[in-house]
Design a protein around this ligand. Structure first.
Ligand code: CA
Length: 227
């Protein structure tokens, strides 16, 4: 279970991170709206905890952009207790729940559990599929023809990023951001290396990763030659 936390108050972010950890969720933290938007556009999450008052891009704008991309990701907004207008605007823009600040950690955890449960109980699939390839976003396992295939964390991260937009270009920058979110030390040709490894592993599944010069990479079924 992977949660994106957006909060510009470091102390509160610390509390949120701890709350997620206690629940056994892995969590990424970003402190401004632009970083949140970027992470949401390139990464796979199971839920979003969204502060509305964020620097660089307002939380409401982040939410609107997320829904505009067609995402059904469960979203819980954090608002000041007295900011009823914000809360209404958030729910109108597609938030699933809200939590007024200040809040008790236990309440946050209960709300998160409910959000995640709703997601997995709902009709929305937690799997990304392309041809014979299936990626389970909850367990982060990769299957080819129903058989699990071993991928390193970084390979999985790269694959997940690409699989979120099959047939569309994913920029090298988006992949770099996705990988650096959990490891800052990323070599200059790291993306090429992971793409190369993924290509080798996906070849037998009839999946190709095409380089679009100067733009990025596209994951797609390879043409009929593979059959
Ligand atoms: Ca704030």
């Amino acid at each position: 279970m992977r949660i994106l936390l957006t909060e510009d108050d470091p102390a509160l972010a610390e509390l949120l991170l701890r709350a997620c950890k206690q629940e056994g969720y892995s969590a990424d933290w970003v402190s401004d709206g632009v970083a949140a938007d970027l992470a949401l556009a390139s990464e796979t999450y199971d839920a979003l905890v969204l502060d509305l008052g964020l620097p660089r891009m307002d939380g409401l704008e982040v939410l609107k952009r997320l829904r505009k991309r067609g995402s059904h990701l469960p979203v819980m907004i954090l608002t000041a207790r007295e900011a009823i207008a914000d809360r209404v605007a958030g729910l109108d823009s597609g938030a699933d729940d809200y939590l007024p600040k200040p809040f008790a950690v236990a309440e946050l955890q209960a709300r998160l559990r409910a959000l995640v449960r709703r997601r997995h109980g709902g009709t929305a699939s937690a799997c990304l599929e392309l041809g014979r390839l299936r990626y389970d976003t909850a367990s982060r396992q990769v299957f080819i023809d129903g058989k699990e295939v071993e991928f390193s964390s970084r390979e999985r991260e790269t694959l997940s990023c690409l699989l979120h937009r099959p047939g569309k270009v994913v920029s090298k920058q988006a992949l770099t951001t996705a990988l650096s979110s959990w490891d800052a030390a990323l070599g200059s040709n790291a993306i090429e290396v992971y793409i190369h490894r993924l290509r080798r592993k996906l070849e037998t599944a009839g999946i190709a990763i095409r380089t679009v010069r100067g733009l990025g990479y596209v994951i797609e079924p390879s043409d009929d030659r593979a059959d």
